[in-house]
Design a protein around this ligand. Structure first.
Ligand SMILES: N[C@@H](Cc1c[nH]c[nH+]1)C(=O)O
Length: 398
């Protein structure tokens, strides 16, 4: 049944009803608290940015941008990402702060969807950026922080996959040496369309052994041992440097005790193309798509005039909540209902106040304002009534 026009919303826009809104707030606060304890300071930036600066730097497909025009005729975009706005701030208002700088955010992002299919065009992302630390400990820190943030949100069943943009780039440059073809191969990997990838490889004008090497990238997923296979497939210095970085990262993750949730995935290709090094994705529960992703982007800050290495992650709160709820069901009890008639308003207010002070959520409602009492009270965990009419009380007092 199609809805009348007045109830329709633009593609990918959704309403958040009270239960989900409340749950999102709880998860957001749990993660905020965790991230703050690691020394990350929260920051907010505007929803609108210039297309020519932040819009471009966000490195997202042009057709995914929501564009509009300001009064001077400048093209603006609704921010599709927070990493580029933060690079702008670190290079301008915070330019005198010494590096490394640790920042966090929780913001709505906007990415236009081309077709129906339940994909959101606006979603809330919680993220961190560690700017100015080029060491492998920087990569390890954000991965460890992603893990502890997911755990703080109540998600216990998750896995993180780590790859390296430099490895795939080096492998494709070595074998196909054609940027358009390399981009097409990356697109298949990004979409996780492995059948399409194989069919595309089959059609390429390459030797059988090179086709086999391209197809073997699917074997580069699993425990740290897959790095040995990767060394056999790719032969250039760049590829081997990328592998060495993952090995070094793994050692640090083992030392700090967070490697148990990790997996290597050298097929990882991101849809944002500012990444330059270690990249990762987080999966949780039975969700078929990543709920978090991030990685190193050492060239982005330079575009804003303050060259610096950087790494960070973003968690999609909507997906995280889906994963947590799947696993743990509804946690939160409904509020208590304190019902009153006008003669007992005072007593009811006192009871509501007392319970609220103890941390309970209480709805205080005059029974005369409810059209269907039986239907209404079903939503509450407990109903406390103050419905003695004055006449009855007078009788009792006699
Ligand atoms: N901005 C990235 C996540 C990220 C933060 N820092 C690095 N990467 C995204 O929206 O997917």
């Amino acid at each position: 049944m199609s809805l009348p026009l007045m109830f329709e919303k633009p593609l990918g826009m959704i309403d958040t009803l009270p239960a989900l809104y409340e749950r999102t707030g709880e998860v957001r606060r749990d993660i905020e608290c965790e991230v703050k304890s690691w020394g990350y300071r929260p920051i907010q930036t505007p929803s609108l940015e210039y297309y020519d600066t932040v819009g471009e730097a966000s490195a997202i497909l042009d057709q995914q941008l929501f564009k509009l025009m300001d009064r001077e005729g400048q093209t603006l975009v609704l921010r599709p990402d927070m990493t580029a706005p933060i690079a702008r701030v670190v290079s301008s208002s915070m330019q005198d702060e010494p590096l490394p700088i640790r920042l966090s955010y929780c913001s709505s992002l906007f990415r236009a969807q081309q077709r129906e299919g339940g994909r959101r065009s606006e979603f809330e992302q919680f993220g961190v950026e560690l700017v100015g630390d080029s060491t492998i400990n920087g990569d390890a820190e954000v991965i460890a922080l992603l893990q502890s943030s997911l755990r703080a949100s109540g998600l216990s069943n998750f896995r993180l996959a780590v790859g390296h943009i430099g490895f795939m780039n080096a492998l494709f440059a070595e074998i196909v040496a054609d940027e358009a073809i390399a981009n097409e191969l990356k697109r298949y990997l990004y979409e996780k369309n492995y059948v399409g990838y194989r069919q595309y490889v089959e059609r390429l004008d390459l030797t059988t052994s090179d086709k086999t090497r391209l197809n073997r990238v699917h074997q580069l997923r699993g425990s740290i041992e897959v790095l040995n296979r990767a060394k056999e497939i790719a032969h250039t210095r760049e590829a081997h440097e990328a592998i060495a970085e993952i090995e070094a990262l793994w050692k640090v993750l083992e030392t700090i005790g967070v490697s148990e949730y990790m997996q290597v995935d050298l097929n990882l290709v991101m849809h944002i193309d500012y990444y330059t090094g270690v990249v990762f994705e987080g999966y949780g529960g039975s969700l078929g798509f990543p709920l978090a992703s991030g990685g190193r982007y050492d060239e982005l800050l330079g575009k804003f005039g303050r060259p610096a290495s950087a790494t960070g992650f973003g968690i999609r709160l909507d997906r995280l909540i889906e994963a947590v709820n799947h696993l743990e069901g509804e946690r939160k009890a409904n509020p208590v209902l304190v019902l009153f008639c006008k003669e007992q308003q005072q007593e009811a207010m006192r009871e509501a106040h007392r319970r609220r002070k103890q941390g309970e959520a209480v709805v205080l409602q005059n029974i005369a304002g409810i059209p269907d009492v039986d239907a209404y009270i079903k939503r509450y965990s407990e109903v406390v009534s103050f419905l003695d009419t004055g006449s009855r009380r007078e009788k009792e007092d006699e």
